[in-house]
Every structure is written in C-alpha cells, then in structure tokens.
Ligand binder design. Sequence first.
Ligand SMILES: Nc1ncnc2c1ncn2[C@@H]1O[C@H](COP(=O)(O)OP(=O)(O)OP(=O)(O)O)[C@@H](O)[C@H]1O
Ligand SMILES: [Mg+2]
Length: 218
Amino acid sequence: MTATTIAIAQQKGGAGKTTIAAQLAVAWMRQGYRVALLDVDPQGSLSAWYGMRRRNGVADDLVSQDVQGWKLSTEIDRLKAAYDILIVDTPPHAETDARVAVRAAGLILMPVQPSPMDLWASAPTLEMARKERTPALLVLNRVPARNRLTDTIRARIAEDDLPLADSMVGNRSGFAASMMDGKGVVETAPRSTAALEIIALADEIAGRLSLSPGRSAS
Ligand SMILES: Nc1ncnc2c1ncn2[C@@H]1O[C@H](COP(=O)(O)OP(=O)(O)OP(=O)(O)O)[C@@H](O)[C@H]1O
Ligand SMILES: [Mg+2]
C-alpha cells in the first residue's frame, strides 16, 4: 500500500489550505478511503481541528500528525505506507518543509481565491511545483455567488494554461462552522451546497488521480 500524497500548498496566506485539507479528508474517509493528515504548518490549525474532533468523541480511522523539519520525510514515508490518501497541509510560505511535501506529493492542490492578488501570489508555488516536477491543480475557493470577476479569473487561468479544477468551492459559513466542532461539512450538513461542493472536488481529484477506496495509484 502506497498512499497517494496530496500537498495542499499556496504561498498566499488564508487561501483556504487548512479548510480544504480537513474537508477533503472527511469526505474521502466517508467514501471508504483510509486517510492520513500531516500538518506541516507550525501554526498547527489542522492539528487543532483534529484535536477538537477527538475531544468531541468522533470515532473513525482518520489520523493526523504534525511534523516539521528533519523528521518530515520519514513521517511522509511512514504514513504513505499505511494509508490510501495522505493529505499534507503546508505553511503559507515557500519554506523548506513545504518543498519537501511538494517533492513527495503526487499532486499539489492550490486553493486560490478569485482575486488578482491571490492569482499573482500563486506564481511561487507553481514555480516550486514545476521545479519539483509535481503536477499542480488550482481550485477556486471562497467563490462568491454571482460574481463576474470569477469568470474573468477563470478565463485568465485558462489563457495562462494553468491546470484548474472544474469544481469550485463557494464562500460558505458552513465550512468554518463544521470545523468548530472538529468535523467536516459532509458530517454536519450533508445535504448542504458546501457538502456537495466538497464531494464534487473530492470526486474530481480522485478521478484525475485514478483513485478508488482500498486501491492507491502513486
Ligand atoms: N470556502 C470557504 N468559505 C468560507 N470561508 C472560508 C472558505 N475557505 C476558507 N475560509 C475561511 O478563510 C479563513 C482562512 O482559511 P484557512 O485557514 O483554511 O486558510 P489557510 O490557507 O490554511 O491559511 P494559512 O495560510 O494561514 O495557513 C478561515 O477563517 C476559513 O474559515
Ligand atoms: Mg492553514
């Protein structure tokens, strides 16, 4: 068993890395994947979410570790050996640890808010992905309802020939609300638009990476 590793990376702070990491982890786990999370960010937000999940008594097989520095590569290898999907949440800087995660990953998922500043700020992470020869996938996050700017940004991303997920994640309070309890929106509001968006993103990525529960690709 070798997990497919997905590094969530984006130099721009607050793009939604930790939110997407936790929400995807829960969505995939509920589809039957064995999922591990690795929090490489010293801020520890993902670990705080996971701690809340355990304190609230949620019983499942989801594991989460936080590791930085010289132990990181070993920890990635250890988790890869035992899970279907390993999701690595990286810090908002092009630091050494983010690079290690990007190098080990089969895919770099890059949340981008639909604004020019966020798009411009993606360049260093895309460059890191290119250097490490890891495919990147942008996903528009916090997309506001009915906003022409989103279409403009999508068009610009297409013009620049950057890989963009078909799925978009809206600006929805349900994401933070679910995380408050250490949960994912697919657990707290399974029929909500937020949940459907995360499931669509999870399915799209699984399709792109040819994943299916109990079987891993890379
Ligand atoms: N789709 C969304 N809808 C609404 N709020 C969101 C969404 N995605 C993220 N947020 C909110 O945006 C803020 C930043 O999100 P998050 O912490 O996930 O970003 P990050 O990229 O991990 O940040 P950092 O760079 O500091 O690690 C949080 O308050 C989170 O609740
Ligand atoms: Mg974060």
